[in-house]
Ligand binder design. Structure first.
Ligand SMILES: O=C(O)CCC(=O)C(=O)O
Length: 359
């Protein structure tokens, strides 16, 4: 069994510092092979991921509610990604969360360095995913922390500055967990199962939730690198609060990369690998990546809603039939997430390597 290494294989370089010193070139460590560079297969169309109004979920009109469930089902089937509006989370709180974290990344380096992370738990201020020596890295720094379960929530690992950071994120986490709970019910009903099904499969009240705040500094050579390499999210479901001013997220659709046009105060929702596994691939996680640019930094908050980390996650027996045999072996999320922690983002290679049949 693989274990998390205690330390990084090479000294950590903050991308933000590189961005301040590199004027017209970037170090080779960040230059992607030509087939992975942004311009090779991006689609600059007007296509966008679906936008879904959730207000019928909060009202009592059964027909409107059924129509919203159907829109979510179509979005999951066609894209695995969608934006939600009228989701119940205060816009002021969303802005406060993003701008508080932006302010963290603008603090002096010595304050941020006090939170430098290690691959042991990934909590804190980081600049790489994966521990392979000599790996090509992404053009971003991040901050990673646990919100749930309560036994992993450790305020000492959350920044003390800006002074509002802990309070704002506490409230943000509470609201986003509530919203994720609502979406889990919809995803369960859309599988033809009872509304509590996925939440129970995730471990009931004991689910995990963590945040990665991504900071993508300006890059003098955006055509040669990526802010975050292609990956599917290893966890259950992700609620992303993107930068409202700067696009960057690209979603893979039929071999093309579609740049998401974020709507102000919408969350971007996507299905992660654990829901693909439990649903026996009725839902699919989808590859996505982030491009950077030379004019503007970008900040995004990815809130990961995950199963309890030490229970077996496997295809639901309700969804396994002689025609749809189980596609994945049982595995805990702790075991599962070691792959991305060791190797870094690698498209959909992990979940695909587990299937016994082509899905
Ligand atoms: O920054 C973004 O838009 C996406 C971030 C993301 O995919 C992640 O943190 O896993």
């Amino acid at each position: 069994m693989l274990n998390s290494p205690q330390d990084w294989p090479e000294p950590i370089v903050r991308v933000q510092s590189l961005s301040e010193t590199c004027v017209d070139s970037i170090p080779d460590t960040y230059i992607k092979p030509p087939s992975h560079r942004p311009s090779s297969s991006s689609s600059f169309t007007t296509t966008n991921i679906p936008i879904i109004d959730l207000s019928p979920l909060y009202a009592s009109d059964p027909e409107a509610r059924a129509a919203t469930l159907a829109q979510i089902l179509d979005a999951c089937n066609d894209w695995g990604f969608f934006q939600i509006v009228n989701h119940g989370v205060s816009h002021a709180l969303m802005d406060a969360a993003r701008e508080t974290w932006r302010a963290f990344f603008h603090l002096p380096m010595d304050i941020k360095q006090a939170y430098a992370n290690s691959p042991k738990t990934y909590e804190g201020y980081g600049s790489r995913l994966g521990v392979e020596k000599g790996a090509i890295l992404d053009w971003s720094d991040y901050y990673y922390l646990h919100y749930l379960p309560l036994c992993l929530k450790d305020y000492d690992k959350w920044p003390a500055l800006p002074p509002s950071c802990r309070d704002v994120f506490d409230e943000y986490g509470r609201e986003v967990v509530k919203l994720c709970g609502r979406l889990m019910k919809v995803l369960s009903l859309n599988l033809g199962l009872h509304e509590g099904f996925l939440q129970n499969a995730f471990g009931g009240e004991d689910i995990g939730a963590c945040l990665r705040v991504n900071f993508y500094p300006k890059c003098p050579k955006p055509e040669l690198t990526l802010g975050l390499s292609s990956h599917s999210d290893p966890g259950g479901m992700t609620l992303l609060l993107p930068d409202d001013q700067v696009p960057g997220l690209q979603v893979r659709k039929s071999g093309d990369w579609i740049t998401v046009k974020p709507l102000p105060h919408a969350f971007i929702v996507n299905i992660g690998d654990q829901i693909q596994v439990i649903s026996n691939a009725r839902y699919k996680s989808v590859e996505h990546r982030v491009i950077v640019n030379s004019d503007k930094e970008r900040v995004s908050l990815a809130f990961f809603y995950n199963p309890k980390s030490d229970i077996p996650i496997q295809p639901a027996k309700e969804l396994v039939t002689p025609h749809t045999p189980p596609l994945y072996p049982a595995m805990t999320f702790d075991q599962y997430r070691l792959f991305i922690r060791l190797k870094g983002p690698r498209g959909k290679s992990q979940v695909e390597s587990l299937t016994t049949t082509t899905s």
